[in-house]
Ligand binder design. Structure first.
Ligand SMILES: NC(=O)c1ccc[n+]([C@@H]2O[C@H](COP(=O)([O-])OP(=O)(O)OC[C@H]3O[C@@H](n4cnc5c(N)ncnc54)[C@H](O)[C@@H]3O)[C@@H](O)[C@H]2O)c1
Length: 265
């Protein structure tokens, strides 16, 4: 039980990678707050957490809105008395660019609001609490799309590099307060995120004409990942458990790639 009696908030925990992180953390003894814009999904995952014998709180929330952040942070603190771990997982893909001129101002604004601004809002809301207690863990879900400068979705790739840079800035600033801040960079996972993307590519990209979304995805995995296999939400969840645990107390400012060897540095 590496997270016994810790309290974690996992944004976007109602599906995909977020749900994997929630389940791994609950399995290691944590109680979980699940803010998600899709309230029904958050409620379903909260029931799964209760089934694992831990407490859970599902909250409807748009992480781009200051008022929602204020509401979920006070509700979480009122319910559990404290928060030990913040996982900024909620994120969205941008509409594919390629060429980049296909993207609109709205594409850039939306992706930056959900993927980057939300981390600022949540870190700002919770940092005083972490500093007061001289402990805290922040884990930001970035993506290999940042480090590999993926051309398929320019606003998305740039936003995820922004997540890594902001992770390092927060890590430097919060290190003297015994708060660690790290990023995880998942590779390629068959979640709602990639299912939507693969369907769009199959429909619009002549190079993938006649392929099913799953075939598009399998080709991406084969072309990109040295280990030749996709990642699972649990792969990301176990890495998050490690970074949140006492075993990782001296690891901060890092971006850990969980990607079958795609990015090596
Ligand atoms: N799937 C992949 O291959 C992959 C690879 C690298 C990184 N990621 C990142 O992992 C994270 C999770 O993605 P996923 O693959 O699980 O996708 P997903 O679409 O299954 O999950 C995203 C979750 O975020 C929630 N969300 C979206 N916008 C929100 C908002 N404004 N406020 C609150 N919640 C919101 C959604 O409701 C959903 O539950 C994202 O940050 C994504 O960029 C995914």
């Amino acid at each position: 039980m590496r997270l016994a009696d810790k309290v974690a908030m996992v944004t976007g925990g109602g599906s995909g990678i977020g749900r994997g992180i929630v389940r791994c953390m609950a399995g290691e003894g944590a109680d979980i707050v699940i803010p998600d814009i899709q309230a029904a999904n958050a409620a379903r995952v909260a029931d799964e957490v209760k089934g694992l014998g831990r407490r859970a709180l599902a909250l409807e929330c748009d992480v781009t809105r200051q008022a929602d952040i204020d509401r979920i942070v006070s509700k979480a603190l009122e319910t559990f008395g404290r928060l030990d771990i913040l996982v900024n997982n909620a994120g969205v893909a941008s509409r594919p660019g390629m060429p980049f001129t296909n993207n609109t101002e709205a594409d850039w604004d939306q992706v930056f609001a959900v993927n980057v601004k939300s981390i600022f809002l949540l870190a700002k809301a919770l940092t005083p609490h972490f500093m007061e207690r001289r402990q805290g863990r922040i884990i930001n879900i970035a993506s290999i799309a940042g480090p590999i400068s993926a051309v398929t979705m320019p606003p998305y790739s740039v936003s995820k590099m922004g997540v890594i840079t902001f992770t390092r800035i927060l890590a430097k600033e919060l290190a003297p307060h015994n708060v660690t801040v790290n990023a995880l960079c998942p590779g390629v996972l068959w979640t709602d995120f990639w299912q939507g993307l693969a369907a769009h590519i199959a429909e619009t990209n002549p190079a993938f004409k006649g392929m099913t979304p799953r075939q598009v995805f399998d080709k991406r995995v084969k072309d990109l990942i040295p280990m030749g296999r996709e990642q699972t939400p649990e792969d990301i969840g176990w890495a998050a458990v490690f970074l949140a645990s006492d075993q990782a107390r001296n690891i901060t400012g890092q971006a850990l790639n969980v990607d079958g060897g795609t990015v090596m540095h």
